[in-house]
Design a protein around this ligand. Structure first.
Ligand code: NDP
Length: 481
């Protein structure tokens, strides 16, 4: 299937008529073409966004909200199709696309449709001066949203919806590797009555069309989710142009397990937090740290549970682990298995490519568990972003906390314990943006989402996202005597 850019409410070919191929990772074959857009396509999208902005920014909140709710309804009506498209494009199990990715995309629309009607600003009575200060939160204008391939529609909508809800016009770029559901969303937006030019989707390469978005002088804010290296490159371009920046980057999240936890619940959740979406979620707990006294038991039970996971065709409802997103990514992830050998990591389970029936050229890898002894090894310091986790033991609270914080990343951490004092101490001391205690990836969209250190700057979610996509303006009025 061939896709086109969505500019000013219409599907158009890229100006230079250049195209890229799109692969189906479950069979390793080309199944479509996508625009290889350039600066000119971004400039065209910006022109239309500029025209749409005055009216959209003055459209009542009720009207904006109504359109966003309609889009949510249409996503739900098209759930089967969208889930199938996501699974084919990305390689993720169809069951995951149906129960997580697509429902969450609809929820993103519904959530911000409501949030914008509740978004308020502060006022301060300046006592003694007969004055009142109030804050206007006005849309920025044209903003850029760039999203990655791991949760394509889920993360794409997580950015564009608050931007549009707040009254901005958007130039968005999904990952070139997984553009399909963003393309399908264009049609839904038009059907729901989103005015032309409010959302423009330009497909193509990150270092070409992505950079064109980041460097366009009329795009005043950039919301980016992706790798830390790319985030640094974007910041380098955007900072001297004084653009507002939100960067959600990589992670190397610790999953800290104490002997006093609810063991069965922890075990089942740890399998999920390790290998959901083939381990390609920025929040996956890729470093499993286990208290010494239950280490051997955990190791045995975890290996058993992981060995029961089914690696298979993503289209099959019973598949637990689908294909990795691309051949290049499979090779990158697999290279860490070779690194394990160099670093004396012990492969406890997995480590091999899997050949799936009727999908012989697909990009499949066994869920892999590697035991390590030194937290400074590359396996524990670098983001692998695939179905590989490491296991390591720790002696006591101090040791566990120090290992957990010992990386350049600071996105999330999971803690398993029933000790309240320990919970409070760790929550306070962990240098991460999100702490889960006795659970994983339980999301409440009102909460701030984002990381510390090399995991990014800024927070998404709830009013934080609406604040990011607005400019705060203070107005001070003094009454005459
Ligand atoms: P990349 O950083 O490679 O790409 C992310 C997006 O940026 C893609 O659309 C990409 O386009 C685009 N891009 C690439 N280079 C540039 C550039 N120079 N200028 C502007 N845009 C560019 O990340 P991946 O797609 O590989 O995604 C995986 C990464 O995303 C992991 O590191 C993961 O941790 C992180 N991530 C973070 C999350 C968070 O919330 N913190 C959530 C999910 C993922 P193209 O695809 O064409 O290269």
């Amino acid at each position: 299937m061939n896709i086109q850019n969505y500019i000013n409410g219409e599907f158009v070919n890229p100006i230079q008529d250049n195209w890229l191929v799109n692969y189906n990772p479950s069979i390793g074959e080309i199944y479509g073409q996508i625009p290889n857009s350039t600066q000119g396509d971004v400039a065209l999208a910006v022109e239309f966004a500029e025209k749409a902005f005055p009216k959209w920014s003055q459209t009542s909140l009720e009207e904006r909200s109504k359109i966003l709710l309609k889009i949510a309804d249409l996503i739900e009506e098209n759930l089967e199709n969208l889930a199938k498209a996501e699974s084919v494009d990305n390689g993720k199990p169809i069951s995951l696309a149906k129960t997580v990715d697509i429902p969450r995309a609809a929820t993103n629309f519904r959530f911000f449709a409501h949030a914008i009607t509740q978004f308020a600003s502060e006022s301060h009575e300046t006592v003694g001066e007969n004055a009142i200060n109030y804050t206007l939160r006005q849309p920025i204008g044209i903003v850029g949203c760039i999203s990655p391939w791991n949760l394509p529609l889920y993360l794409f909508t997580w950015k564009i919806v608050p931007a549009v809800a707040a009254g901005n016009c958007v130039i968005a770029k999904p990952s070139e590797i997984t553009p399909m559901t963003a393309y399908l969303l264009g049609e839904i937006c038009t059907k729901a009555g989103l005015p032309n030019g409010v959302l423009n989707i330009v497909h193509g390469l990150g270092n070409q069309v992505g950079e064109a978005i980041v460097s366009h002088p009329k795009i005043k804010a950039i919301s980016f989710t992706g790798g830390t290296k790319t985030g640094a490159q974007i910041a380098k371009i955007a900072a001297p142009m004084f653009k507002k920046l939100s960067l959600e980057l990589g992670g190397k999240n610790p999953n800290i397990i104490f002997a006093d936890c609810d063991y069965e619940k922890m075990l089942a959740t740890t399998v999920r937090s390790s290998f959901s979406n083939q381990g390609q979620i920025c929040l996956c707990g890729s470093r499993i740290l286990v208290e010494e006294k239950i280490y051997e038991k955990f190791k045995k039970d975890f290996i058993k549970k992981v060995s029961e996971l089914k690696v298979g065709n993503p289209a099959d409802e019973s598949t637990d682990i689908g294909a990795l997103v691309s051949k290049e990514h499979l090779e990158k992830v697999k290279s860490y298995i070779d690194i394990a050998e160099i670093e004396n990591g012990k492969i406890l389970f997995g480590g091999e490519k899997v050949v799936v029936d009727n999908c012989e050229n697909g990009y499949y890898l066994q869920p892999t568990i590697i035991e390590v002894v030194d937290n400074q090894c590359r396996l524990n310091q670098e983001e692998i972003f695939g179905p590989i986790v490491t296991l390591m033991s720790f002696k006591n609270d101090e040791d566990g906390l120090s290992l957990a914080n010992d990386t350049k990343y600071g996105l999330s951490a999971t803690l398993w314990t029933n000790n309240l004092n320990r919970t409070m101490h760790f929550s306070q001391q962990l240098k991460v943006g999100i702490v889960w205690v006795n659970t994983w990836m339980l999301r409440d969209l009102r909460t701030p989402f984002g990381g510390m250190k090399d995991s990014g700057i800024g927070r998404e979610g709830g009013f934080e996202a609406l604040r990011f996509f607005t400019e705060a303006k203070n107005v001070c009025i003094k009454s005459l005597p």
